[in-house]
Design a protein around this ligand. Structure first.
Ligand code: GDP
Ligand code: MN
Length: 381
């Protein structure tokens, strides 16, 4: 789960990492009032779950509350890489002398948290890594030993920080960032830029924060931060119905039993020259309600033109699934043609049930490739 900048900064602040004071606003009036309360120049920042807001016009400096209101008017509703801005973070503007970059993430290869620090912050870190890899200091933390203060100092030296006061402040931030990272079960905590003010004060000016979904049960306060409106509407519906679903961008809706089978179904659709609209795993059951829920999610995607059911009967018998499909089609009105491929336990019986009932728009195929070809063909009809 990705957090908004202001949410990440709230967690930073809880652990003592210095951030600027700010307020959330969803209208120009609120932005104006926030600027008034904060006093002095402010920066108005789009809150979207994507980077590069600065370049996209999603960040504006405002000298007065009036200007803050104007900036809010310009930024609200802006489309930043497919994310429409609905919330703003208005914070006290900082004076910037230097921009650094600091992050901690999980290095799966090494099975250890990895810190990265560079004095070339403010820009895309991928660019720094590519063009001046030596400028990027890296440090793994031994998780069983835990974080040691000397490690933060080593990281600062490796990045070439030579000012004693900066070293001290950055080292303290590194230590706190490690605590946030571990205690919040984060996958990534990134500060870009980490700024040094003209007075020599170090502060986090931005935050990118990803929390491990599987650990959210341990953090009800963070789980509450989820913005349901920002999620993909189909995936949101799927989560509510308990359907295992991932939205893709093609035209053939996919439904199968078992994650591996569904993955191969996506490949076969591609092989047949089509594009899958989604990944959807029915799991072990084939009961009517499960099929109804999955079909509702799949057909809520207006890009879907045809649907492919790919069922391999093991413990789940094909005749049961066939009954589930038929019952589901009685409860739902589905406009799109459905192709069904049944194989495995009681496949013949299942196919017979479907052919006898012969619902309109339902096609039965014996093999996966034939079914995929038919579904792709129908998606173009
Ligand atoms: P991003 O573009 O989504 O990464 O958003 P950031 O929060 O990192 O802001 C982008 C850039 O805007 C920063 O690198 C700064 O140069 C600038 N910026 C952001 N906040 C301030 C501020 O308080 N004062 C000044 N002078 N510049 C800021
Ligand atoms: Mn940034």
């Amino acid at each position: 789960m990705d957090l908004y900048e202001y949410q990440g900064k709230e967690l930073f602040a809880r652990f003592g990492i210095p951030v600027s004071e700010g307020r959330l606003a969803t209208s120009p009036e609120q932005a104006r009032a926030a600027a008034e309360e904060l006093g002095g120049p402010v920066v108005v920042k789009a809150q979207v779950l994507t980077g590069g807001r600065g370049k996209a016009g999603g960040i504006k400096l405002a000298q007065t509350p009036f200007e803050a209101g104007e900036a809010a008017e310009q930024i609200l509703g802006l489309d930043i890489r497919g994310h429409v801005v609905e919330k703003l973070w208005v914070e006290r503007a900082s004076e910037i002398a230097k921009e650094y970059y600091l992050s901690v993430t999980f290095d799966r290869g090494e099975k250890k948290p990895l810190f990265m620090l560079t004095t070339q912050g403010g820009v895309d870190i991928e660019e720094v890594a590519e063009q001046t890899p030596d400028a990027l200091a890296r440090l793994h933390v031994e998780p069983l030993v835990g974080f040691q203060p000397f490690e933060a100092r080593r990281l600062c030296f490796a990045a070439g920080l030579d000012d004693a006061s900066e070293q001290k402040q950055v080292a303290a931030i590194v230590e706190k960032l490690y605590r946030v990272f571990v205690e919040c079960d984060a996958m990534l905590c990134e500060v870009n830029p980490l700024i040094v003010t003209p007075e020599g004060e170090v502060r986090a000016l931005d935050s990118k924060f990803t929390v491990d979904d599987n650990a959210l049960y341990r953090h009800p306060d963070i789980a509450e931060m989820r913005d349901h409106g920002a999620a993909d509407p189909q995936e949101q519906l799927a989560r509510e119905k308990g359907v295992t679903y991932v939205k893709l961008d093609g035209e053939v809706g996919i439904l199968g039993n078992g994650a591996g089978l569904v993955m191969s179904t996506l490949d076969v659709i591609a092989q047949a020259g089509g594009r899958p609209a989604n990944f959807c795993d029915l799991g072990g059951g084939g009961d009517a309600q499960g099929v109804v829920d999955a079909l509702e999610v799949i057909t809520s995607d207006s890009q879907v033109r045809s649907i492919l059911f790919n069922i391999f009967g093991g413990i789940t018998r094909c005749d049961e699934v066939a009954r589930g499909i038929l019952a589901a089609l009685e409860r739902l009105v589905i406009e799109e043609p459905i192709v069904v491929r049944l194989d495995g336990t009681n496949a013949e019986e299942g196919r017979r049930l479907l052919l006898e009932a012969a619902p309109k728009n339902l096609y039965v195929e014996a093999t996966m490739l034939d079914a995929a070809k038919r579904a792709v063909e129908l998606s173009r009809a």
